[in-house]
Design a protein. Sequence first.
Length: 196
Amino acid sequence: MDDRIFKLIFGRNESKEILESFSERILERKIRIKDILNGEAVADVEKGKEISLDIVTKTIDNTIIHIEAQNAYDRYLENRIKHYADRECVVHLKKGDSYRDAQKVISIAILNHKFYKEKPKIYKHEYQMLNTKDYSVYDDKLLEIVIFDRLKKEYYDFNNSIDLIFMYLFDLLSPDELEKAIKEDELIKNIERRKI
């Protein structure tokens, strides 16, 4: 879960197939990645906030998927993810493009610590901008935010493919379970091959 290792395994062009499989498993839908983008953003003004995103991809349908691996606890993580997503919505527009053409963004946070007070029933959340007076939709592009935090091993099911990938990433598999996972799970097998 070290973010540098995470980037090396998932964030390179030669890892595109692994990243697609990983994204598909988490989002539970078909993902085809067109580009892996630069996640570095230098501050515009002196002493301004700089941003370094772990992985940013653009899919064939021009959706931006942003994946962050976090080891340190941040109580304002949801705000941070929202601001990152706002940036990603517009940073890929070209001069002359309309803001209406801003891409849909999906943000995925994988936290190597406890975040939720209890095991959540759902990890995926969808947000829209609404007018608070009449609740009309202001922006019809849904912002999807997915947050997975590190749970105790007993909360995971080895036979559930999403749980298994997080047991693997959070190093919760026994040596026998790891050996079985590498043999039986194609994504984990491919990640193991890609490790440096």
